[in-house]
Design a protein around this ligand. Structure first.
Ligand SMILES: O=c1ccn([C@H]2C[C@H](O)[C@@H](CO)O2)c(=O)[nH]1
Ligand SMILES: [Zn+2]
Length: 136
């Protein structure tokens, strides 16, 4: 599966977004170590705060299906945006935890613009799991 195909999966995932409040649909597609895709969409809530982003839906779905942190190959994310969609800060932190700093992140929009980056580029100087193990 190439990144173009992964983006197509994200575009499909976006169609299931539950977005009664923002109207802003996002889709994500996470590629696992076996080449299988885990789709995610954003899921909103009347109380707003409980809403979940597409990226986290895809990651949590894969973890719940038994995949281990650090074993994923790439994630594609898409929104109907002028520029390739920008993941929120919370998702960047979860991407670091579950996908690691070097994993490719493919950002896109419905016009077909693509931006390839990494988790490290999206979250520099990050607070990381390893910091909890440091002793003084
Ligand atoms: O990368 C992003 C950015 C935003 N959203 C969602 C959160 C909310 O449901 C809506 C508007 O912020 O879009 C995502 O799912 N992923
Ligand atoms: Zn997010």
């Amino acid at each position: 599966m190439d990144y173009g195909q992964l983006m197509q999966e994200a575009i499909e995932a976006r169609k299931t977004a539950y977005i009664p409040y923002s109207g802003f649909g996002v889709g994500a597609a996470l590629l696992d170590s076996q080449g299988h895709v885990h789709r995610g969409c954003n899921v909103e809530n009347a109380a707003y705060t409980p809403g979940n982003c597409a990226e986290r839906t895809a990651m949590f779905r894969a973890i719940a299906d038994g995949h281990k942190p650090g074993t994923f190959q790439a994630i594609a994310v898409v929104g109907d945006t002028e520029e390739p969609v920008a993941p929120c800060g919370v998702c960047r932190q979860v991407l670091l935890e579950l996908c690691g700093p070097d994993m490719p992140v493919i950002l896109g929009n419905l016009k077909g613009d693509i931006r390839q980056t990494t988790v490290r580029e999206l979250l520099p100087y990050a607070f990381a799991p390893s910091h909890l193990e440091e002793q003084r």
